[in-house]
Ligand binder design. Structure first.
Ligand code: 13P
Length: 246
């Protein structure tokens, strides 16, 4: 089984920093990551340079952190799926909690974006996850299943979809690291409903070198989606090597 290990850079890195990161990654003997599907999601400004540096034969996939559902038009400030594909993206991240919270992304717009991404043959990386209050009230499974159903509603072929369970309480510097027992029920439920049809179900939220292996050992976890711990390229490489050696 392929294990996905990737990082979203969020709103970080200049072009020079992005190029450095990609050059370091490109220089590594990537064969040692057999069985792993690495991916990086730079800001849209750096997609083209990162894709060009990595080149077509790299094992590392490149993706966008967001894209609009329309192909083109009067949508000031947005980028479309064809545009990010043109810049080298093969993955589109959709519905990260920061976008849902701060940019009014809803289940409905997530669904439109999933459809647009599938229509253009890219891989939708669909983020779902409950807030701390829902986790405390033991409502995580219902909340996450509802989000996944809404995101994939009416999508004829979900075989390219990658889901990322990212509980909001685990994300970012204010987040709490998840224990395997915190997330096992959600993975069991999501895999029971979608495991035969989607590509993979990842975990994200404060993943680091210390908790990556125990989290990957949770039944149903097909990979890791990492923020801070992989913003430094050496951290990303260490994480990939750790996963390869586990
Ligand atoms: P952190 O790993 O920094 O908590 O971020 C995770 C994340 O949001 C990945 O999408």
């Amino acid at each position: 089984m392929t294990i996905w290990v990737g990082t979203g850079w969020k709103m970080n890195k200049t072009l020079a920093q992005a190029r450095d990161y990609a050059e370091t990654l490109a220089a590594v003997e990537q064969e040692r990551w057999a069985g792993i599907q690495p991916f990086i999601l730079p800001p849209s400004t750096a997609l083209a340079v990162v894709s060009a540096v990595l080149g077509p034969r790299s094992r590392v996939l490149v993706g966008a952190q967001n894209a609009h559902w329309a192909d083109a038009g009067a949508w000031t400030g947005e980028v479309s799926v064809p545009q990010v594909a043109d810049a080298g993206a093969t993955i589109v991240e959709i519905g990260h909690s920061e976008r849902r919270t701060f940019f009014a992304e809803t289940d409905a717009t997530v669904n439109l974006k999933v459809k647009a991404t599938v229509r253009h043959g890219l891989t939708p990386l669909v983020c779902v996850g409950e807030p701390a209050s829902v986790f405390a009230a033991r409502g995580s499974v219902t909340y996450v299943l509802d989000e996944v159903r809404a995101a994939l509603q009416g999508v004829n072929d979900v075989s390219s979809v990658v889901l990322a369970y990212e509980p909001i309480w685990a994300i970012g510097s204010g987040g709490r690291e998840a224990e395997p027992a915190d997330i096992a029920d959600v993975f069991a439920a999501v895999q029971a409903e979608w495991g035969g049809s989607v590509q993979a179900v990842l975990f994200g939220g404060s993943v680091n070198l210390g908790n990556a292996v125990p989290i990957l050992a949770v039944e149903g976890v097909d990979g890791l989606f990492v923020g801070r711990a992989a913003w430094d390229v050496d951290g990303f490489i260490e994480l990939l090597d750790l996963v390869a050696a586990r």
